[in-house]
Design a protein around this ligand. Structure first.
Ligand code: GDP
Length: 296
């Protein structure tokens, strides 16, 4: 399960604190040292960890923790609040265009789960009584178009394609036009990924961006890749203004580093969390629930 290591370590630290009748300042400092190590081991960015610990300590001093009847509980509560803040505070909702259709551009490296997440997002929109259209803009990965068509059929959402001989910019432009004509209120554009970030990939994404003026640019990142996911997010964000992140593969044994660092490092909120290969509606990401889950 995701976050298992981090979760059990933090629970252990706080278990000790809670169990004590009297808590000394040294106990709290010791607990903070252990929290710091647990976060670093979970692959959270070191600067993020440093700021996090500083904030928790500041709050603890401000609240005069030692004078409370239950200092252990107060510290746990502070950590919970700061973890929630770290992941964005409140749930960050999908943007909605003033005039439909709302255009969503999906970006990310190959294998991150873009195509799968495109279908999951479409299924969520369908569940909310919208009429999405998916555009097959990944013309480079063999079978990417077919994959999207199969998923589209499975969930009952149409897929716009012009095959793999037309440029993705043109495909996106014509797909958007069709969406307007057919009254689709959401358009999700699946794009090509590479195994690494390169100039050609970014240039193409910028062109699609220019041609379709998306309301959302969602970066799909594989949570299992930890720190690397944060680096990827930073690079994409510097080239293409991202509006949010979809963290995938949270069902795996991710240590949590990506979930806990990506917002702090890039400023982009995590909007959705994805689990599993089956096409279920994408789940909105709730920072407070994730923090509570981690703290147990
Ligand atoms: P793309 O290259 O970014 O379009 O990636 P795909 O959507 O084709 O996904 C790559 C692989 O990851 C596929 O085998 C998917 O089934 C799998 N995958 C995608 N999202 C998830 C997820 O949230 N959890 C798990 N376990 N697998 C996923």
């Amino acid at each position: 399960m995701a976050f298992e290591g981090l979760s059990s370590r933090l629970q252990n630290v706080f278990g000790k604190l809670r169990g004590k009748g009297k808590v000394s300042e040294d106990d709290v400092n010791e607990a903070m040292r252990e929290v710091r190590l647990a976060l670093l081991e979970a692959d959270v960015n070191f600067k993020v960890v440093k700021d996090f610990i500083a904030k928790v300590k500041e709050r603890a001093v401000g609240l005069e923790v030692m004078k409370s009847f239950t200092p252990g509980m107060v510290v746990v509560d502070i950590v919970n609040k700061e973890l929630t803040e770290l992941m964005g505070g409140t749930q960050s909702k999908l943007a909605k265009a003033n005039k439909p259709p709302t255009v969503i551009l999906m970006a990310g490296l190959q294998g991150a789960g873009k195509t799968t997440s495109t279908a999951k997002l479409a299924k969520l929109l369908l569940k909310d009584k919208h009429k999405p259209l998916m555009i097959a803009g990944d013309i480079y990965r063999p079978a990417a178009i077919k994959q999207l068509q199969v998923l589209g059929e499975q969930i009952g959402v149409p897929v716009f394609t012009l095959g793999d001989q037309t440029s993705p910019v043109e495909i996106a432009r014509q797909g958007l036009q069709l969406a307007k004509e057919n009254g689709h209120d959401y358009v999700i554009i699946d794009t090509a990924g590479r195994l690494h970030i390169d100039e050609a990939l970014m240039a193409e994404l910028r062109q699609i961006h220019e041609a379709t003026k998306p309301d959302e640019v969602l970066l799909v990142v594989d949570a299992m890749t930890g720190q690397e996911a944060v680096n990827v997010a930073q690079s994409f964000h510097s080239q293409l203004e991202l509006t949010g992140v979809i963290l995938t593969k949270l069902d795996g044994d991710t240590r949590g580093g990506a979930a806990l660092s990506v917002k702090a490092v890039t400023g982009c909120p995590i909007k959705f969390a994805a689990t599993g290969e089956k096409i279920e509606p994408l789940e909105p990401f709730h920072p407070e629930r994730m923090a509570s889950r981690i703290l147990g």
